[in-house]
Design a protein around this ligand. Structure first.
Ligand code: 21W
Length: 235
């Protein structure tokens, strides 16, 4: 899959795209990510991308024309899904990530300032996505969240195809608690079942712990799911 990102801060993406899983995936051409400077789509000497809002109020608004030109030039009709990162969008979740990952090409619009002229959304955007109900300074961090989560849907990117299926949220539950050496930390011991070598019992304990954690921390995930069966066990 290919992701094109349009932003006035392309440098924010450089270490992000070079590092770890994503860096390796791009190097191995499992994914292509192109980051483009919005200012390259202006036509004035000063490469201006913002202006004062009609109707007054504080702050600046991103001008429509550079965005419209950028999207038209960088997307392929019928192929590219054009996504604006925006606090007004629908909240991103696992189902949306899977849907986006199934597309051949995404174009991500990252706004700054108080937002983007509404006519951009109306003319060249397929959907608006938010990553949650809190205020960011622009769409760039949200585009990174989306890019990283989408990349993890490609089995070859994470190396072990089985672990895409195993991931939390795929089964609708939070993770079970995890432990590694040493056996005692701050007086707290590793649950005995994990040292037992009884793989079936370990699997049962983990399922019970995942259910308990989900019930306690995120009961909303259990509502209307078939996950709750094969009862929990104690510590
Ligand atoms: C934040 C822009 C707040 C504008 C009308 C008049 C992209 C984001 C963003 C930003 C405002 C996402 C206003 C979660 C986010 C993003 C920048 C408020 C005030 N409206 N997901 N004045 N949170 N944020 N505008 O902030 O671009 S995805």
């Amino acid at each position: 899959m290919r992701i094109v990102i349009v932003t006035i801060f392309p440098e924010l993406f450089v270490p992000f795209l070079e590092t770890s899983l994503l860096g390796r995936a791009i190097q191995k051409k499992l994914m292509e990510v192109d980051v483009r400077q919005l200012r390259d789509f202006t036509d004035d000497a000063h490469r201006v991308v913002d202006d004062e809002p009609y109707g007054g109020g504080g702050g600046m608004v991103m001008k429509a024309e550079p965005w419209i030109r950028a999207v038209r030039e960088l997307s392929v009709p019928g192929k590219t899904r054009r996504v604006m990162l925006s606090p007004r969008g629908r909240r991103l979740d696992d189902a949306k990530i899977r849907e986006l990952a199934s597309r051949p090409e995404l174009l991500l619009l990252c706004g700054r300032y108080e937002g983007i002229d509404e006519r951009v959304r109306k003319t060249v955007v397929d959907e608006e996505i938010s990553i949650g109900d809190y205020v960011l300074s622009g769409g760039e961090v949200a585009a990174m969240v989306l890019t990283e989560a989408v990349s993890r849907q490609i089995p070859a990117v994470i190396g072990d195809p089985a672990s895409v299926e195993n991931e939390s949220f795929r089964n609708g539950l939070l993770d079970y608690p995890q432990y590694t050496r040493p056996a005692v930390v701050e007086g707290l011991e590793v649950p005995e079942v994990l040292l037992s070598g009884h793989h079936a019992e370990i699997a049962r304990w983990r399922k019970g712990q995942a259910l308990r954690a989900t019930r306690e921390k995120r009961p909303d995930l259990l509502a209307g799911s078939a996950a709750e069966e094969g009862g929990p066990s104690s510590d």
